[in-house]
Design a protein around this ligand. Structure first.
Ligand code: ADP
Ligand code: ADP
Length: 240
């Protein structure tokens, strides 16, 4: 079964004279990793943002676990959040290129916010889970730190935990290592590789080609808002 299915997804920004995504169809089976590659400006980031409900779509559908959660509406070009409910939003986790931790919350505060407020889960249990997640990414001793006290790599690992603690059906990664110093890239990629081993469903945009090759079950090449090539054989895709 597919965790995520896009059918004919079309997105156009207000004031643009052509769609930035033009009839994208793809699916991510449960437990698998789909990697999207393509030149700068091809629409990769926009694709993830529409899936996350951060941008309305004008055509096609987005389905989670075979249930349609969003249908394109012509005329909805204006940027901003789609009208998805917060419950639906928490079923899709997203980590961005720039660490977007809440600056006025500690690491633990960042992790417990959405589960307790949106999902109305018990704070003590959520905190215990937060600590377990931080242990998994090697940051248990930083739980009371403020975001500005962390390195870029540490912040990204916290951002990954903040997405994971919502138990999303799929995790989206948009160039999460692009803004990091080279020595921090590995520690973040290792966490993501570990998630893949544990069967976390993921949709990943990255320029790290050896990483893409190692983690992908399926690769999609996006150019000018359309899928121009795809493969179930990343090894071959990245060496040709
Ligand atoms: P966006 O439009 O979503 O910001 P871009 O495709 O412009 O994404 O690039 C995102 C980041 O990836 C930028 O910081 C850029 O410097 C970096 N980047 C772009 N191309 C490459 C590449 N070939 N290898 C490594 N990093 C790249
Ligand atoms: P990529 O991630 O592949 O670099 P993006 O999705 O960031 O591509 O951008 C695709 C195209 O959409 C680019 O031409 C970019 O300038 C345009 N674009 C991105 N965000 C916006 C926006 N908020 N409003 C208008 N145009 C945008």
């Amino acid at each position: 079964p597919a965790a995520l299915t896009l059918t004919g997804l079309t997105k156009q920004y207000a004031n643009a004279d052509h769609p930035v995504l033009d009839g994208i169809s793809l699916s991510v089976p449960k437990g698998q990793v789909l990697v999207i590659v393509g030149p700068s400006g091809s629409g990769k980031s926009t694709l993830l943002r529409t899936v996350a409900g951060l941008e309305p779509i004008q055509g096609g559908t987005i389905a989670l676990d075979d249930q349609i959660i969003e249908t394109g509406r012509p005329g909805s070009e204006k940027s901003g959040r789609s009208d998805r409910s917060s419950e639906l939003r928490t079923r899709i986790g997203m980590v961005f290129q720039s660490y977007d931790l809440f600056p006025n919350k500690t690491v633990l505060g960042n992790l417990v916010l959405a589960p307790t407020i949106v999902q109305k889960r018990d704070k003590t249990q959520v905190e215990a889970e937060a600590v377990r997640l931080l242990e998994r990414v090697g940051l248990a001793d930083r739980k009371d730190a403020w975001p500005h006290e962390l390195s870029g790599g540490q912040r990204q690992r916290v951002a990954i935990c903040r997405a994971l603690i919502l138990h999303p059906e799929i995790l989206l990664f948009d160039e999460v290592t692009a803004a990091l110093d080279p020595e921090m890239v590995r520690e973040v990629l290792d966490v993501i590789l570990d998630l893949a081993k544990q069967g976390q469903t993921m949709l990943i945009v990255t320029h790290e080609m050896p990483f893409a090759r190692a983690i992908a079950d399926h690769v999609v090449l996006l150019e000018d808002g359309v899928i121009v090539e795809q493969s179930d054989d990343p090894e071959r895709f990245f060496t040709q």
